[in-house]
Design a protein around this ligand. Sequence first.
Ligand SMILES: Cc1ncc(COP(=O)(O)O)c(C=O)c1O
Length: 473
Amino acid sequence: MFTQSHKIATDNCAPHLTPKLAPWMQQLLASSEIIKDWIDLYGSPLHIINDSEFVRNANDLLQPLKSHGLTGNLFFARKANKLPWFVTAAREAGLGVDTASLQEVQETVALGVLPERIIVTAVGKEKRLVTAAIKSGALIVIDNDDELEMVRAISQTLNQSCRIGLRFSGFQLQNRVVFSRFGFPVESFGSLMDSLSTSPQIKLELLHAHIDRYDPEERGAAAHQLIALCDAARERGHSITGIDLGGGILMRYLESSSQWETFLEELLESARENRPSFTYLDDRLGYVKAGPNVVGKPDLYPVWNAISKERFITAVLKYSERGEALYQKLSDRKLSVFFEPGRALLDNTGMTAASVTFRKRDTGGNFLIGLAMNRMNLRPFRAEFCSDPILPINGLREPFKEGAFFVGNLCSESDLIFKRRISITHLPLPEDLVCFANSAGYLAHHMEIGTHGDPLPKNILLETGDFNVKAVV
Ligand SMILES: Cc1ncc(COP(=O)(O)O)c(C=O)c1O
């Protein structure tokens, strides 16, 4: 039915990006008829969750704190996944929770997390959120003067003291300032201290920085500067207990670094038109052709990371300035250190499965595999999530060498699950499965929409150690 296209050679596929698979994912994929049964029951796509990996990640991420003799903890950034199960897992593991909205604060409180373990880092806090946070006793991380004024006013009206942290930005690293639009400029520290001295009901406990780029050096440099501010705040009588270095802790999605390097090289080569394009309608994933040159940079979710998880935290703690390591400075001052990992705590905890709806060609001859899902069901912040889908085979399938684009079920030309042509070994049939590894951090929930009246995808939680479904949301 679908003969090999003459227009599309097999070298028009994107280079392989083999996903890293946790043992439970490998076992589940080996008995993929179970996943098919779940899809029949709960619909496509389906997010499959195994929360036991969360505890393993928490232990790994806390290890560098322990081995450097530091006090502190992790606040799980729950914006990375909406499910209540991870909040419960965080509570049971003794972690805190970082909340980013009124809904998240209310749910986290209702799930029994102690107020001293809840921080509120929401951007653009509204009165209802600040009121709920103060009433609950959670710590509010304040980003700007307007927020500080609102917090001050609400705590006065409620006649209730309020725990706060101050978020800073504008840290110096070598000869540059680390860019951010979040937080107070470090230079405003003195005036902030003056302003807080008139509000004894506001208790400053923590200094905070969340840095956008995934760079341990930027975090290390920020931490050294926050410590200097902690010293100054303590001199002004504030009981600062620690610093919070936010999230952005890297993790690895791929099996091999060499595949990632090859992919990046080939993408640039195709943007330069030195090889056939493997992106849909020559999208180029962030590169732009300007005359004979290629400008810009690839807009890709960071899927290969050489220093990931605990090694990332270790690199931050060991970051030295004037011969003094960060962990030493923290320890000398009895300051705790906190991190707010989202994705790194969710590593290996989730997988998404969808079923094939159709196979066809578009007018350009591109082979399309339609899935019962849309692009927003697996959406990174960036142009492309670079890990290949898995097509478990059940029964005989025709070999298929030409590669395919995976498309969603929205009536939009742009509804592509990936913009790269994926190399596949065989032609799937309608209702066959397509699975996506490691989807729990952001990909599954961050941007999902219920369009065309479709409900949001279901999530199932597996029992630890087997494939019984413990809960469905
Ligand atoms: C303030 C804050 N903390 C924590 C996180 C979690 O980051 P990640 O999931 O990269 O660890 C974010 C993410 O945007 C954030 O804005």
